[in-house]
Design a binder for this molecule. Structure first.
Ligand SMILES: O=c1ccn([C@H]2C[C@H](O)[C@@H](COP(=O)(O)O)O2)c(=O)[nH]1
Ligand SMILES: [Zn+2]
Length: 212
């Protein structure tokens, strides 16, 4: 065996011993791509999701549950140990049929628009909490919270809001949220993704390269 842990055998098969396991490869001895690939399996991955990206991705995944035809919003609340303590997305209240309540927004009759009924993602994430309280927690959310959600966030004791888009930044509701956050000492910061894409392609998962 050479110093790389590779063993050239007579039949031109590359035999590699990793952690006591013999990995046999069809590649010719000296195939450096294959050698690099196998060596990479011994090192810690470097392209894993960092916490903020993971939590924002959970918020976006949750948004995919929303039945709102125009805007799907998701939220994810985490504690100081990086544990997820609540997730939510915009939807109709429990027991109120989302087949019957309206999803439109253009009717001149307020009762015939979704705005009268839909629970915002932030509200649902707070209500869905699985810990005793949310004091000192962080909320990851797709849109900068409206003033109603800002009140809930403050009352829940959440201390940091990480948002993706502030497309409503000129709306009075956003101004009110910021005013209240500033007064209450809730910090907010825009999320800057390090990866432009996070993809889960069930058909592309390479099970052969996983030890599960
Ligand atoms: O902070 C927010 C703001 C909005 N939402 C929800 C409420 C509605 O279901 C949609 C907004 O609908 P538009 O058609 O874009 O007016 O988003 C939320 O969950 N959180
Ligand atoms: Zn809201």
């Amino acid at each position: 065996m050479n110093t790389d842990g590779f063993e050239a055998s007579d039949d031109k098969t590359l035999n590699v011993t990793l952690n006591g396991l013999r990995i046999e490869d069809e590649a010719e001895a000296g195939d450096s791509n294959q050698a690099t690939k196998i060596r990479d399996l011994e090192k810690k991955r470097e392209d894993y999701l960092e916490w903020p990206e993971y939590f924002m991705a959970v918020a976006f995944l949750s948004a995919m549950r929303s039945k709102d035809p125009c805007t799907q919003v998701g939220a994810c609340i985490t504690d100081s140990n990086n544990r997820i303590v609540g997730v939510g997305y915009n939807g109709m209240p429990i027991g109120c049929s989302d087949e019957i309540l309206p999803w439109g927004k253009t009717s001149l009759k307020p009762l015939e628009t979704k705005y009268m009924y839909v629970c915002h993602a932030e509200m649902n994430a707070i209500m869905n909490k699985n810990s005793a309280d949310l004091k000192g927690c962080t909320l990851y959310v797709a849109l900068f919270p409206c003033n109603e959600c800002a009140k809930l966030i403050i009352q829940a004791g959440i201390k940091l809001v990480v948002y993706m888009s502030d497309k409503h930044k000129n709306k009075p509701s956003t101004e009110a949220s910021k005013l209240m956050f500033n007064m209450a000492g809730v910090k907010y910061q825009q999320f800057v993704p390090k990866k432009s894409k996070i993809v889960i392609d069930f058909e592309e998962i390479d099970w052969n390269n996983m030890s599960v």
